[in-house]
Design a protein around this ligand. Structure first.
Ligand code: HEC
Ligand code: HEC
Ligand code: HEC
Length: 445
């Protein structure tokens, strides 16, 4: 009998260790060698705040830079809506959540918020009435921001014109509509701790870490989540699905990540969202480039690159090495026999802009060759780009591809997606009409 109890105890301990391992998440920079210190004890160049060229500027200017670096606009603006007036719908599996109006309107925005209210929201995810925010608002990243930076962001937001726009109430189902539940989540997953520099790493690395983790929140999209929906840094930057788009592996793995990109290439991609032969960022990454990264100082982009280069490689076997060879000639009879519908749509509606080779005859932003998107055998992002269209800022002005979600049936979108991956990618996709229906609904609108 006694032995039986010991066995049970051992089992319980093993179960607890397994559960702890599943819910335990290391800090965002725990992968790096050396230990961290409090910001006040750090002797190197201050990794927080704005670049030197802006440091003497007034608080609103500094706040504008930081607000862009944190990309508050991407989530707090409805498609085609007024910036920061909220209303973007987050389509979650258990209902829809709308981002609130964060302009300084006193009734429908945050015009009555005190400094302490604002700090509490960004650091702790707590509203002025004490209720808890859902982590669709990435406060577990913003908690790393210094008070000075948070208040500069507030000063910038409060310098904007107040916009009167009520936030639609969310439609989350029970039990997900119980905000108090987030209290326990925060206990585990919101460190409520400011950025801690690592003196064993360079000043540039520390700045890059602050930009990536506290401001740019790259991991909120690029790192897989655990069962409790917390960013799981055991698989840091290994790739995840976010709002229906696949945010690719950005670890240093040479095949499935960005390990083969050199420093200049990586910097160029982050600053423009496009590098010849590596494709173009669309969807949520296109937005992150347009609203945030392209406004960053070159020294900040370089710091981000230094930090990205230090991320340990994690291989994702579902992503092949991108094909870099151009396709030649017009579609073969075999290609047409395999997917006549896709070939026909491509010929009629797409080839004029995208070309038959994978290099666009009119605009390098529309090149497919070498890009991860057309080399992803799930075709998820290819389909999203076709459904919703893409608008991007290039150095020569705005380019737009119209959305085809209304013009084409789900079958047609699946066919042309499969056609594109087969012709321009390393592995053809087999996306179906049912997949198109599902993933289209997951996108933020
Ligand atoms: C990834 C999307 C996302 C980003 C980026 C984001 N937010 Fe939010 N934010 C949300 C969502 C969603 C909510 C609503 C959460 C809820 O209802 O629980 C929210 C809530 C808020 C609130 C509470 C407002 C209120 O009326 O209750 C404030 C303030 C806020 N965000 C400020 C910011 C600032 C400042 C930034 C940039 C530093 C930012 N957000 C970036 C998604 C985002
Ligand atoms: C809102 C979600 C989101 C955020 C935040 C985000 N990304 Fe992305 N990222 C994506 C998506 C989605 C893609 C794929 C885009 C496509 O298919 O064109 C992507 C693609 C990329 C790529 C190209 C990868 C490849 O193999 O072609 C790089 C590099 C990248 N992101 C880096 C970053 C960095 C660095 C940050 C933080 C500064 C960041 N991303 C923040 C969603 C995001
Ligand atoms: C008016 C010109 C134009 C037409 C017509 C057009 N596109 Fe595009 N498309 C673009 C541009 C420009 C981009 C690049 C924007 C970006 O990703 O930043 C793009 C991007 C894409 C992407 C995303 C590529 C990536 O690497 O992220 C896909 C997939 C795509 N188009 C498919 C299609 C299909 C399929 C059709 C026909 C049904 C089509 N396009 C018609 C101009 C066009």
């Amino acid at each position: 009998m006694k032995r039986f109890h010991w066995g049970l105890l051992a089992l319980a301990i093993v179960a607890c260790v397994v559960a702890a391992w599943i819910i335990y998440v290391p800090g965002p920079t725990a992968f790096a060698s050396g230990s961290t210190v409090a910001l006040g004890d750090y002797k190197g160049t201050n990794p927080t705040g704005v670049p030197v060229s802006l440091a003497s500027g007034d608080i609103v200017k500094r706040g504008e830079y930081l607000t862009r670096a944190a990309d508050c606009e991407a989530c707090h603006t409805a498609k085609g809506g007024v910036p920061y007036a909220g209303g973007l719908a987050f389509n979650l599996p258990f209902g829809t959540l709308y981002s609130p109006n964060i302009t300084p309107d006193k009734e429908t925005g945050i015009g009555n918020w005190t400094d302490a209210d604002f700090i509490n929201a960004l650091h702790k995810g707590i509203a002025p009435d004490g209720s808890r925010f859902y982590p669709a608002f990435p406060y577990p990243s913003y908690t790393l921001l210094t008070n000075d930076d948070v208040l500069a962001i507030k000063a910038y937001l409060f310098s904007l014109k107040p916009v009167r726009q009520e936030t639609e109430p969310n439609s989350l189902a029970f039990p997900f509509n119980q905000r108090w539940g987030m209290m326990f989540w925060s206990l585990f997953y919101n460190s409520n701790e400011r950025y801690r520099p690592n003196p064993s790493q360079s000043a540039e690395w520390n700045r890059g870490a602050y930009l990536a983790e506290a401001l740019g929140h790259c991991g909120e999209c690029h790192t897989p989540r655990n069962l409790l929906q917390a960013v799981d840094n055991k698989k840091k930057f290994a790739g995840a699905v976010t709002a229906g788009w696949r945010a690719y592996n950005i670890t240093q793995d040479a095949t499935s990540g960005i390990g083969s990109w050199d420093l200049d290439t990586t910097a160029k991609f982050l600053a423009h969202g496009h590098v010849e032969g590596l494709g173009t960022a669309s969807g949520p990454m296109g937005e992150a480039i347009d609203m945030s990264l392209r406004h960053m100082a070159p020294e900040d982009i370089n710091a981000l690159v230094v930090y990205l280069k230090s991320i340990p490689a994690i291989a994702d076997t579902s992503l092949p090495l991108p094909k870099t060879m151009l396709a030649s000639g017009f579609p073969t009879n075999q290609e047409i026999a395999e997917n006549a519908r896709g070939a026909m749509i491509f010929a009629g509606a797409c080839a004029a802009c995208h070309g038959w080779s994978g290099k666009s005859p009119i605009l390098s932003y529309a090149d497919f060759v070498g890009g991860r998107t057309v080399n992803d055998p799930t075709a998820r992002n290819v389909a999203q780009a076709i459904i919703w269209g893409v608008t991007r800022h290039t150095p020569n002005g705005v380019v737009t591809m119209p959305g085809f979600g209304k013009a084409y049936s789900d079958e047609e979108i699946a066919a042309v997606s499969n056609y594109i991956t087969a012709r321009f990618g390393a592995e053809k996709s087999r996306i179906t009409a049912a997949d198109i229906k599902t993933i289209g609904k997951q996108a933020s609108q």
